[in-house]
Design a protein around this ligand. Structure first.
Ligand SMILES: *Cc1c(COP(=O)(O)O)cnc(C)c1O
Length: 456
């Protein structure tokens, strides 16, 4: 599309309402228009190169412009761009369902497609709800969530979300939920042993309400949008044990953590946990096309079986559900995972990133460094000793990412938590760049420059 930059900026300001964006201030800023991607890099309208430090909002896995992914999509395109799964099937959706069932956590044999993380969560919530209705426990209608949870922006997903800033205004539209404290150790309201106290609270709530609880929903191992809040080791396994003991379903939302982000293919693997329902999206297509999947156990699936006139079917389905182009991209991405032993190759990258992050630890405005695999949150604070945050109006996180942009790295913060979440294909040298730029940008954007990290 050969429109001059000025024309595009003009039309953007006239017509494009950007997501999660205060348009008033945004219109004043220089608009960065991305025109091309290659490997771990994005390029703007002037051909300037940027390291994609957050994987194009947590989606990209093997890099931009991977020939295998491009070819898989164009090969499928030669056959057919779209056909429905309502009453019909097509090869990419069938083969992908088989692959996902084979590779996903034990017991998850059924794959229900949709097209975004939010819809994957809606599907899981409705499946869990209907499951208990059909199983003769109609009072089990409620959901328990964690504080700070993020499961998407549609109303069901917002109801099980715990980020006040995103959700409060919509409160009258939402259903009631129970909320257990997430183990946010850095700012834990509990005096000691954050993990035990949080688990105790959760267990009390599940024990007290199990008769009305349909499911517990959580982001396993690392809460993403909450500000990259990792769960202490052993937490997830205990939640699984508690839900099982009280006959409450467990929904694992791996929309962000799935497909290698935390160092294993799925975050649940690190604790040997299988949920009853698993939500996948973001990285499922390698970050190329919108696709989502909700995986369910045989037990859940069977409860929905019956005669046509029993009307036990799962009455849900999105028009572009399981789109063949997206499914073909997902299959090609999984093939790269296998052929290049991507998961096995992550350990040295994760170690290297840990070492680079450790060097930032002494910066007076780096309050907390949180890492699980290649998912990182750096919580920036005004005062490291008191953990006092910066005033929101200062927009420290935003200042920092603008500094990073000047230095050729694209980042997007969560408030004053600086997020680093590079594509899994990032090289060691690129990790050095990412860490160096992050550090310099923190010095510039938050203040008080110090000695930067050296290459490891
Ligand atoms: C991003 C995200 C979602 C929502 O996915 P969309 O594709 O934006 O609808 C849901 N859950 C988690 C954990 C996420 O990170």
């Amino acid at each position: 599309m050969l429109y001059p930059y000025e024309t595009l900026v003009d039309w953007d300001r006239q017509h494009l309402w950007h997501p999660f964006t205060q348009m008033q201030g945004f219109r004043e800023e220089e608009l960065l228009i991305i025109t091309r991607g290659e490997g771990a890099y994005l390029f703007d309208h002037l051909g300037r190169r940027y390291l994609d430090g957050v994987s194009s909002l947590w989606t990209n896995v093997h890099g931009h412009g991977r020939p295998e992914l491009n070819q898989a999509i164009s090969r499928q395109l030669e056959q057919m761009a779209h056909s429905t799964l309502l009453g019909l099937a097509h090869p990419p959706a069938i083969v992908l369902a088989r692959r996902l069932a084979e590779m996903a956590l034990p017991g998850l044999t059924k794959v229900f497609y949709s097209d975004s993380g939010s819809t994957a969560v809606e599907v899981a919530l409705k499946m869990a709800f209907q499951y208990w209705q059909l199983r003769g426990a109609p009072q089990k209608q409620r959901f328990l969530k964690l504080s700070g949870a993020y499961h998407g922006d549609t109303l069901g997903a917002v109801s099980v979300g715990g980020i006040a800033l995103f959700h409060d205004i919509f409160h009258p539209l939402l259903f009631e939920t129970l909320e257990a404290p997430a183990p946010y150790c850095y700012r834990c309201p509990e005096e000691q042993d954050c993990r035990e106290q949080c688990l105790e609270r959760l267990e009390e709530m599940v024990a007290a309400h199990h008769q009305e609880l349909a499911a517990v929903i959580l982001e396993p191992v690392m809460q993403g949008a909450a500000g990259m809040i990792p769960q202490p080791s052993g937490y997830l396994a205990r939640v699984r044990e508690i839900t099982r003991r009280h006959d409450v379903l467990l929904i694992a939302d791996e929309v962000a953590t799935g497909f290698g982000r935390t160092g294993t293919m799925f975050a649940c693997e690190s604790e040997g946990v299988s949920p009853d329902l698993l939500c996948l999206a973001k990285g499922i297509t390698g970050g190329y096309l919108p696709l989502a999947a909700t995986l369910a156990t045989e037990d859940i699936y069977r409860v929905f079986l019956g005669e046509f006139q029993d009307f036990k079917a799962f009455f849900h389905g999105h028009t572009y559900t399981g789109n063949p182009l997206a499914a073909a991209a997902a299959l090609a991405s999984l093939e790269i995972f296998e052929k290049e032993a991507v998961i096995e190759s992550l350990a040295p990258k994760i170690d290297k990133l840990s070492r680079l992050l450790a060097e930032m630890q002494t910066h007076p405005h780096v309050g907390d460094i949180r890492q699980r695999g290649l998912m990182v949150g750096l919580e920036l604070v005004q005062n490291r000793d008191t953990r006092e945050p910066f005033p929101a109006a200062r927009r420290t996180g935003h200042r920092v990412i603008l500094e990073a942009r000047k230095r050729g790295v694209i980042l997007r913060p969560l408030g004053d938590v600086l997020v680093l979440m590079p594509p899994l294909c990032i090289s060691g040298e690129e990790l050095d760049t990412l860490a160096e730029v992050a550090y310099e940008s923190i010095c510039q954007g938050a203040g008080e420059a110090q000695k930067g990290p050296q290459s490891v």
